[in-house]
Design a binder for this molecule. Structure first.
Ligand code: SAH
Length: 235
């Protein structure tokens, strides 16, 4: 049952969940499943899979960065992952959920209100929003999962992060190639990979990675570029 899987899995990961978190994950799962019938939010079906591959996978990233009291933006959050699942485990995070699809953002706004989780939900493209003074270099951390390869993802995420902050990319274990391909782009954006951490999702036996990028210098004005320029290979 979902509540037991998240509670047991979190303790296996060394994360202590606040009281009430398992019940919030249950309600989150139910609203996600219901919304999934109306529009596609996630390919994962069933509560065991959602508990492990969504909620525990997201919460695990907290082990590699202290985010309590920090402002965090989840870029390309879709159904709220990893950001909302992280905030349920660490409520002291000040969270912004960003997605390009308006109906997903409308779902997240109603979901977080219903769950009583304070959170800002923003619709728009990352490469446009991070040019606005309200968002540029305004966050202590950016997080992202399953949005783009690391080279492109770094250009979407690092402009949001203040110098001294960090960007966490949740990735598959088999990501050496995309990490190497991203190194020079990350340096040009003012970042530096400070750690690559591996963990196993409890009960699923799946090896995952969190790539931690420190923001060491301001992102030059010319970034982010337009999407078409960003995704061009070798750019
Ligand atoms: N992070 C979620 C969703 C991954 S699907 C998860 O792990 O389950 C990728 C999401 O990124 C989609 O919801 C899509 O709308 C969003 N997205 C893709 N490119 C984007 C961009 N440039 N700016 C903002 N959102 C983007």
């Amino acid at each position: 049952m979902l509540e037991e899987i998240v509670a047991g899995g979190a303790s296996a990961l060394g994360i202590s969940l606040p009281q009430g978190a398992p019940a919030l994950y249950r309600r989150y799962y139910e609203r996600l499943t219901e919304a999934n019938r109306r529009f596609n939010l996630t390919a994962i079906e069933g509560e065991d899979e959602a508990a492990r591959l969504h909620f525990l996978d997201s919460a695990a990233a907290l082990k590699f960065a202290g985010l309590a009291g920090k402002s965090v933006i989840d870029v390309g959050t879709g159904g709220g992952l990893p950001g909302l699942a992280m905030k349920i485990a660490e409520p002291a995070m000040e969270l912004t959920l960003l997605d390009a699809t308006e109906k997903k953002v409308a779902f997240l706004a109603s979901l977080t209100e219903e769950l009583g989780i304070p959170c800002r939900c923003v619709a728009g493209r990352a490469e446009e929003l991070s040019r606005q003074p309200e968002h540029r270099e305004r966050y202590d951390a950016a997080v992202a999962r399953a949005v783009a390869e690391l080279r492109v993802l770094s250009e979407l995420c690092l402009p949001f992060v203040r110098v001294g902050g960090k960007f966490l990319a949740l990735k598959a274990a088999a990501s050496d190639g995309e990490i190497d391909a991203a190194r020079s782009a990350i340096a040009a954006l003012g970042g530096n990979i400070s750690g690559i951490y591996e963990y196993t999702i409890p009960g699923a036996g799946i090896l995952r990675r969190v790539v931690v990028v420190e923001k060491t210098a301001p992102t030059p004005e010319k970034y982010p570029r337009r999407w078409s320029a960003m995704v061009k290979r070798g750019a």
